[in-house]
Design a protein around this ligand. Structure first.
Ligand code: PMP
Length: 299
């Protein structure tokens, strides 16, 4: 039942140390995290029953919480185990997994020193984040109006719920105008990232990607940089300005949900789904499906 609301599904959710029936994983309306965005989350994917970069994601969850001045009451190793249990309890092999930690209802108002920290992990079947046709044809992106904030004005290195407020607004604007996603500039006017994914460009056979100094240095981004270097491709992390778009020959985005997805257009500038993008899409599929690759090569 792919269209059932997320609070009305079958299965189990890991909530504060135990697996509970899916529809029992509830919280009260006077929860600090809901009112003041004192919440951090992760998104990871399992492929063939293996959670890709599991520990890196749970470590980032811990780091995100620390930045928001709270401590997750489970170790990274405990969260790794809990995520695997959640996957198994729901009999999932290929899935999206969503851990979230938030401040509870013990206190209302901006101060939240006495709130309890809650943690939940849910997993569900979530195929392609974008229309599956996008993998062949590429996504159309529209520039966003809001910008990724200056690190002096927001906790930009935390995967904090509050930072997604402008992402949802911009994603809606893009969708209403017939685009798949919005491309956000940063506070300086440099190209930053999409609403839930990092961006790469190709120029003369070299990869160019914005330096992640005011947005998430994605785990997929880092994996793709590793794959590109393994192929002998040069990767340059630098400030990239929108005026440079005509000089690029390919473009793609990376993220746990988005995986590696080609971009075919940004505000009228067109890109073909080119050979470097196709190579890295295939390399990423191989990286996330090690057992299939081992089987294919007889390992
Ligand atoms: N930027 C934003 C705003 C995101 O939400 C995500 C997805 N977590 C990314 C980048 C990509 O990060 P990752 O590859 O770690 O999923």
């Amino acid at each position: 039942m792919a269209s059932a609301p997320y609070d009305q599904r079958e299965g189990f959710i890991w909530l504060n140390g135990t697996l509970v029936p899916w529809n029992d994983a509830r919280l009260h309306v006077l929860t600090h995290g809901l009112h003041y965005a004192s919440a951090v989350f992760e998104g990871m994917r399992a492929y063939d029953g293996e959670i890709f970069k599991l520990t890196e994601h749970n470590q980032r969850l811990h780091d995100s919480a620390k930045i928001l001045d709270f401590e997750i009451p489970y170790s990274v190793a405990e969260l790794d185990k809990a995520a695997r249990e959640t996957l198994r309890a729901n009999k999932l092999k290929d899935a999206y997994i969503r851990p979230i930690a938030w401040r509870g209802p013990e206190q209302m108002g901006v101060s939240a020193q006495k709130t309890k920290i809650n943690v939940a992990i849910a997993a569900w079947d979530w195929g392609s984040y974008f229309d599956p046709k996008a993998r062949e044809q590429g996504l159309k992106l529209k520039f966003a109006d809001y910008r990724r904030p200056d690190p002096a004005t927001a906790p930009v290195k935390s995967k904090a719920a509050g930072l997604y407020m402008i992402c949802t607004i911009e994603k809606h604007k893009a969708e209403k105008a017939g685009y798949a996603d919005a491309l956000m500039l940063d506070w300086r006017g440099q190209i930053a990232e999409c609403t839930g994914a990092n961006i790469f460009f190709v120029k003369d056979g070299v990869l160019h990607t914005p330096t992640p100094d005011c947005f998430l240095d994605g785990i997929t981004r880092r994996a793709v940089i590793g794959l590109a270097k393994h192929r002998g491709l040069q990767v340059i992390e630098r400030a990239i300005f929108p005026e440079e778009l005509p000089s690029f020959s390919e473009c793609f985005i990376t993220g746990t949900a988005a995986e590696v997805t080609p971009v075919s257009e940004i505000n009228g500038y067109k890109f073909p789904v080119g050979p470097i993008t196709k190579t890295l899409m295939a390399d990423f599929t191989a990286l996330t499906h090690p057992t299939k690759v081992r089987a294919a090569v007889g390992g």
